[in-house]
Design a protein around this ligand. Structure first.
Ligand code: AMP
Length: 214
């Protein structure tokens, strides 16, 4: 099964992708994570995209398509791929279709994670991530354990994304509605789209997604 998790920033795509990786041996391909890694390792490309990302705009199609291409061509995923944060434009969606053909794979499902905008602001502004393993926490709904250690890996360093602020979120939401939401119709027309209520408890959303994939 190869699936796309589609939804606005803060919908829970990363959290659900991690659950699928653990439970189904799937491989998560998050262009946001790849770009953040390029930034922190100081590559030319990382430096080029830093400002665009901090402001909440989309980086160019060529860059993210290149990143995904590299992973698909060099990697294997017996349990399937989860595309998290990619594609985000119609050009990326077309390119993904072509790439999947090239590597002899197909896209099986596109899961739209539905949430309302007011909830996104609250989710995004309280978010932090374990620097060791990427586990996601939230100041109110899922605080870091009282002993200050990540429940997944025991790490003690937690970071906040530089683009998780109200200004950047506005731009990111606008980018979602203008550039990414047309993909809902695109994949509906291809018969691949399924919707889940992304506002539920993490475990309930995971169950809904699991039922779609089974
Ligand atoms: P994310 O972690 O998916 O929220 O992505 C963080 C930021 O990385 C986005 O706000 C964009 O600046 C950039 N980015 C990630 N994925 C893409 C993509 N598929 N297309 C364009 N920009 C992306």
């Amino acid at each position: 099964m190869n699936v796309i998790l589609l939804g606005p920033p803060g919908a829970g795509k990363g959290t659900q992708a991690r659950i699928l990786v653990e439970g189904r041996a799937m491989v998560q391909l998050s262009t946001g994570d790849m770009l953040r890694e390029a930034r922190s390792s100081g590559t030319d490309m990382g430096r080029k995209v830093a400002d665009v990302m901090d402001k909440g705009h989309l980086v160019t199609d060529g860059i993210v398509i290149g990143l995904i291409r590299e992973k698909l061509i060099s990697g294997t995923a017996p349990g399937g791929y989860i595309f998290d944060g990619f594609p985000r434009t119609l050009a990326q969606a077309d390119a993904l279709g072509t790439l999947m053909d090239e590597v002899g794979q197909s896209l099986d499902r596109v899961i739209e994670m539905q949430v309302d905008d007011a909830a996104l602001v609250a989710r995004i502004t309280g978010r932090s991530t374990c620097a060791g393993c990427g586990e996601v926490y939230h100041d109110v709904t899922r605080p870091v354990p009282a002993d200050g250690k990540c429940s997944n890996c025991g790490g003690t360093t937690f970071t906040r994304r530089t683009d998780d602020n109200a200004d950047s979120l506005k731009t990111r939401l606008l980018a979602y509605y203008k550039q990414t939401s047309p993909l809902i119709g695109y994949y509906y027309a291809k018969g691949l789209l399924r919707g889940v209520d992304g506002l539920g408890e993490i475990a309930d959303v995971a169950k809904e997604i699991g039922a779609i994939l089974d």
